[in-house]
Design a protein around this ligand. Structure first.
Ligand code: SF4
Length: 585
């Protein structure tokens, strides 16, 4: 097999999660991955496809998932055996900072001559600090689109070329990496997403090439629940206060003046490609009406030409009109909706940055139900501007009101979870916390890295607000989770046995959080370590206190067919020579 140019490694959030005690918190209950966030960024898939199309050989290895799945998986042994031109590690979300740095250090230890490259939005925000503080990292590729700069960088590494001309790159001068830190201008900011692709056929071929299904597996239950995603854009037109993906943050951090969209016909084609191979649900990331109605309607027109049976999940930033829902219903037989009102309290919602009221939300639900939406997920959040403990519980009361109003529908599913573990660097609140009533505990990379080593998510949280302390955020989360869990049982959204098991987990997590609080007050750090060790031992604590502690993870699952994959089509794709969708190949 030809030598690899790049191995992309996805780290767990906490490298030592198999040994280190800790309660990672309930945030992962409302995403498909476990508390170690083993789901690698969707950008890995587009990078791999783009780089291979440009003549480079790339492999993705989901280290987090391998560690989670196999207690004996030896990361160091695995890394030692690899011999690529360079290693790439994602630091997209700060939750991965400890794992990303630990993994980078291991790589450098076994391969001192091999460059280690970091990318992602958090790496972009902290690029200079990262190169200054962590000598085992050689390059940071900045911005929301790193495909082209990465091709240039890999060629420069291979050909011992000049790094000074590579856009978006932060690097150290001198071949031994001891020189000045250089920050090249962030000028590669593509206007659209038509030259990149999330092509699952590409991933299938790589799985076969490297005989490594776990290395490419997106999250732990993926083979039983093969949910996939397509994306409409990079960037956003909204500016929600705590979001690191808001328009203002993208402008200041990624030099993006306006979002880049994928051509609506290409978006539909992405979905058709998935549907040919997999029968699982497909999530459309980014509101199809964000670029304007014309974009959404062009996409729906394309979808209408080839009705597919997969469940399609739409995410909306604001509730669409009935007329637009009618278009969706005409084009997509199985459509589902997800929307994040954040809070029932319109003042809190507005303060967060969502510009709609409850009437608009309820009208949207009525329309979606009338027009045959298969399921509607509502996501509420804890830790918002102007939100109090009482307001969090008020959100659960509002959920009761909605469940009563739409009782006969039976597919309206509310979720509530904390804004955790970190406020996104670069978000408005992170930049000027006092202005929005926030108090920030950690600002630097090192402070965040250390926070992830603390024993519970209360100490990991990098903020509290004028209206809620860390304790309020933690305990209102469990209380709201408990009340919502009971509501779901009462309205038949989950069975009694599931509800009882979730409630038991919540109670156990609360007891454990309080016990950790007691231990943390001990003055002697050694004694603290000793007492924490048996209380919270690694993997056991992960399962017991950090998983399904505000809701049962399976509640998230959209419907899927019993046979989840089209094995014949997959086989054909694997055997077929690759046919490009790009004309310039
Ligand atoms: S949270 Fe708000 S700002 Fe962030 S991506 Fe969603 S709509 Fe855009």
């Amino acid at each position: 097999m030809a030598a690899l140019d790049l191995i992309l490694l996805h780290p767990p959030s906490l490298y030592d999660f198999r040994k280190r005690p800790g309660i990672h918190g309930p945030i992962s209950d409302v995403v498909p991955s476990t508390p170690i966030f083993e789901m690698y960024p969707i950008g890995f898939a587009s990078l791999s496809e783009y780089l291979e199309r440009h003549g480079l050989r790339v492999r993705i290895v989901n280290i987090a998932l391998k560690m989670f799945k196999d207690e004996r998986f030896d990361v160091e042994r695995f890394i030692r055996k690899q011999k690529p031109v360079a290693f790439g590690i994602d630091l997209h979300w700060m939750a991965h900072v400890q794992g990303a740095l630990a993994l980078a250090e291991i790589v450098k230890c076994y391969h001192p001559e091999t460059p280690v490259i970091l990318g992602g939005l958090s790496a972009t925000y902290y690029h200079e600090e990262i190169l200054r503080q962590y000598p085992f990292i050689d390059f940071v590729v900045r911005g929301d689109s790193t495909e082209k700069p990465l091709v240039q960088l890999l060629h420069a590494i291979k050909e011992k070329g000049n790094f000074g001309d590579i856009p978006n790159l932060t690097w150290r001068e001198g071949r031994d990496g001891s020189g000045e830190i250089r920050v090249n201008p962030l000028t590669y900011v593509p206007e659209n997403l038509d030259d990149i692709a999330i092509d699952y056929r590409h991933i299938m071929r790589k799985v076969l090439r490297y005989v490594d299904p776990t290395g490419y597996q997106p999250f732990i239950d993926w083979y039983s629940y093969p949910v996939t995603a397509v994306f409409t854009c990079r960037g956003c037109t909204y500016h929600c206060k705590t979001c690191g993906g808001s328009s203002l943050t993208f402008r200041s951090m990624a030099n993006r003046q306006r979002p880049a969209y994928r051509d609506p016909k290409m978006l539909a084609r992405d979905i058709f490609n998935i549907s040919d191979h997999l029968h699982g649900p497909i999530m459309i990331i980014g509101d199809i009406f964000q670029p304007g109605e014309d974009y959404g309607l062009a996409f729906l027109q394309e979808m209408k030409g080839k009705p597919i049976s997969n469940h399609i999940a739409f995410e909306f930033f604001v509730p669409p009109s009935r007329r637009l829902f009618e278009k969706i219903a005409e084009s997509i037989p199985n459509f589902n909706i997800e929307i994040s009102p954040e809070s029932h309290d319109e003042e809190v919602r507005r303060a967060f940055g969502r510009p709609y009221d409850n009437k608009a939300l309820e009208t949207m639900i009525t329309d979606a139900v009338d027009l045959g939406s298969k399921r509607i997920d509502l996501f509420f959040m804890i830790g918002l501007p102007k939100q109090t403990y009482a307001s969090v519980l008020g959100t659960v009361d509002y959920c009761r009101f909605l469940l009563e109003r739409f009782r006969s529908y039976g597919k309206l599913i509310p979720f509530i979870s904390p804004l955790a573990p970190f406020l996104d660097p670069g978000s408005m609140v992170f930049e000027v916390p006092e202005k929005y009533g926030y108090r920030l505990f950690y600002r630097t990379v090192e402070e965040h890295r250390r926070a992830l080593l603390t024993p519970s998510w209360k100490y990991i949280l990098n903020y509290e607000t004028e209206w809620m302390t860390r304790d309020d955020i933690v305990y209102s989360t469990y209380e709201a989770g408990k009340r919502l869990n009971r509501l779901k049982a009462e309205f038949g959204l989950i069975d009694q046995k599931t509800a009882e098991s979730v409630e038991m987990r919540i109670e156990a997590a609360v007891r454990m959080m309080k016990e950790i609080d007691r231990i943390m007050t001990l003055p002697d750090p050694k004694e603290r370590e000793i007492q924490l060790e048996p209380t919270l031992y690694g993997r056991r604590s992960l399962h017991a206190y950090s998983m399904s502690t505000v809701c049962e993870k399976r509640e998230l699952e959209w419907p899927t067919r019993f046979i989840r994959m089209n094995f014949i089509k997959i086989l054909k794709t694997l055997l077929m020579r690759r046919k490009s969708q790009f004309s310039h190949e």
